[in-house]
Design a protein around this ligand. Structure first.
Ligand code: GDP
Ligand code: MG
Length: 174
């Protein structure tokens, strides 16, 4: 089987929403244990994963960014090469949902015109602490013209769907 495409994706969103956990789950799903401790990402980091999408082999390079403001000048330099972006918030922290506008704006200012975006509300396992309705997420995704998902890096929920959905959308528009 030949390698069809090499795609770069980027994950953005406030600090602590679960970006690194989400990427780690996807890249190394054999990793049985979920890291509870929080080590904020410094600047930017990436991982590579080869996937099979509808018989097509795709090499994904996934950029995991730091959510803190002070790293924005480093991370925005990587937006340009990303064909797909995951904008993530934490369903238990409304402030991280409010920040979506800011992240979307940064992406629009620094990213490609044809970037495919997925909006992801993470930590949906914390159902009793949920403070951002699914409906709010859906509405925002509709406004931004992107797909919406709720996920749990902890329970390994919807992670594969987010990446596969994003890659499929990129491939059909290539
Ligand atoms: P990042 O700053 O966006 O990269 O966030 P991290 O991936 O470092 O996660 C921040 C904290 O949230 C860590 O303590 C993780 O264990 C926790 N976390 C990440 N994803 C989930 C999830 O889906 N559910 C729960 N309950 N905790 C999560
Ligand atoms: Mg991180």
């Amino acid at each position: 089987m030949f390698l069809l495409a090499q795609l770069q994706l980027i994950i953005i969103g406030d600090s602590g929403v679960g970006k690194t956990s989400f990427m780690d789950r996807f890249v190394d799903s054999s990793q049985a244990d979920f890291r509870q401790s929080f080590n904020p990402t410094v600047g930017i980091d990436f991982k590579v994963k080869n996937i099979l999408v509808d018989d097509k082999r795709v090499k994904l390079q996934i950029w995991d960014t730091a959510g803190q403001e002070k790293f924005n000048s480093i991370t925005t330099a990587y937006y340009r090469s990303a064909r797909g972006a995951i904008i993530m918030y934490d369903v238990t922290r409304p402030q991280t949902f409010k920040s979506i506008e800011k992240w979307y704006q940064l992406m629009s200012d620094h990213g490609r015109g044809d970037v495919e975006v997925a909006l992801v509300g993470n930590k949906c396992d914390l159902n009793s602490d949920k403070k951002v309705d699914s409906k709010q997420g859906e509405n925002t995704a509709t406004e931004l013209g992107c797909h919406f998902y709720e996920s749990s890096a902890k329970d390994n929920l919807n992670i594969e769907n987010v990446f596969m959905g994003l890659v499929r959308n990129i491939l059909v528009n290539m």
